[in-house]
Design a binder for this molecule. Structure first.
Ligand code: BYC
Length: 324
């Protein structure tokens, strides 16, 4: 199983051969690796693991927000949310396609997700309890996604890097629509502002977990950085996110749920309290607030879409027969 296959500290050095040396030299020279190029097996598996987890995250990520499409407070909000959720589905498609260039099938990846064997981002196992959660997801979750994905536009693997360029442009729109919802709520009635504060309280720490375990515990970072799949470590991106986001929250007049948050004048970085990594591990183990709901919803959607897949295949077969 790809997602679990590299669970221990990576041993990329296993590929010690002239081919591997040439490959690393290409990476060091900032050349792009394309699907038909020679690549170490571990590089291919690492990419399949990361790209498929990313694709699953986009698809499962449609669920918490999709939950609010019928309850959006105005037609304008509904249209924007619909477009955003649709974009996430599109991102999933680009990413599954990028993974397919590495020799794995979409069916296999879907099966891994639906059987509960594949990972997807921890953040989508939390519930969306109020309209302010939609603002907060756009502002913080998409904000964190952009922070993580901009460097992926320079990933050494061509199809992934190219997919990320368009994804990042769309994520930027998503982040702005989220922040604008928050701004509207924070400038609204005291009840609306309280709703925004409550959403920030619930989403802040899970958003910091999105960047993955601390560097000291990250199984794949060293190898992925050497291969220029990742350009920054988990902790480095988390810090960049905190530094960019705290002033945005202050502008909204909101308080972050972290008594230890303070600006370190010397470094210019915002220092933050300790992340509850036990909670992160619980969510990854399938015991977050919504893990079961999310999987059930995807399984149901897949089963209900069976007739569409059948019809598309029948149509393709008919076209082929006609052409022949
Ligand atoms: N949740 O060695 P590490 C979005 C896993 S989409 C769950 O540091 P790596 C959006 C990790 O997979 C957001 N699992 O791993 C969508 C690994 O497990 P395996 C998704 C996590 O790969 C819709 C183990 O922990 N973004 O934003 O070097 C609407 C050890 O970790 C998480 C991407 O996927 C997590 N948070 O670094 C709105 C971006 N963190 O495979 C927004 C692409 C870690 O050994 N992915 N794990 O079983 C990446 O950049 C990297 O894969 C990560 C982790 C930074 C996430």
């Amino acid at each position: 199983m790809y997602s679990q296959a590299l669970n221990t500290k990576d041993t990329a050095a296993a590929d010690a051969s002239p081919d591997a040396d040439r490959f690393q030299a290409r990476i060091d020279a900032e050349e792009r690796i394309e699907p038909n190029d020679w690549m170490p097996e571990a590089y291919r598996r690492t990419l399949i693991r990361q790209i498929s987890q990313h694709a699953h995250s986009e698809v499962v990520g449609m669920l918490p927000e999709g939950n609010w499409i019928t309850r959006a407070p105005s037609l304008r909000r509904k249209a924007a949310l619909l477009a955003k959720v649709q974009d996430e589905g599109g991102h999933g498609l680009y990413l599954y396609s990028a993974a397919e260039t590495l020799g794995v099938s979409r069916e296999e990846l879907t099966d891994q997700l639906l059987s509960g064997r594949a990972k997807y981002s921890s953040i989508f196992n939390y519930p969306t309890l109020s309209w302010a959660d939609i603002g907060t997801i756009g502002w913080l979750v998409d904000g964190a996604a952009i922070m993580n994905q901009i460097p992926l536009c320079r990933c050494s693997f061509g199809p992934y890097a190219r997919a990320m360029i368009r994804v990042c442009r769309e994520e930027s729109f998503h982040q702005r629509q989220g922040y604008e919802i928050m701004l509207t709520l924070c400038r609204g009635t005291p009840e609306q502002k309280a709703m925004a504060q409550d959403a920030l309280n619930r989403w802040w720490w899970p958003c910091l977990m999105m960047f993955g375990p601390p560097d000291t515990e990250s199984a794949h970072s060293d190898t992925s950085m050497r291969w220029k799949i990742k350009r920054f470590t988990n902790d480095a991106l988390r810090q960049k996110f905190v530094d960019a986001t705290v002033p945005q929250g202050q502008f909204l007049g909101l308080t972050f749920p972290d008594p230890e948050l303070r600006l370190d004048e010397a470094s210019g970085h915002w220092q933050f309290g300790t992340i509850d990594w036990d909670e992160f591990r619980r969510v990854l183990a399938g015991n977050g607030p919504c893990n079961r709901d999310r999987l059930t919803a995807r399984q149901k959607a897949h089963a209900e879409g069976a007739w569409v897949r059948d019809a598309a295949l029948a149509h393709a077969a008919k076209q082929q027969r006609k052409a022949a």
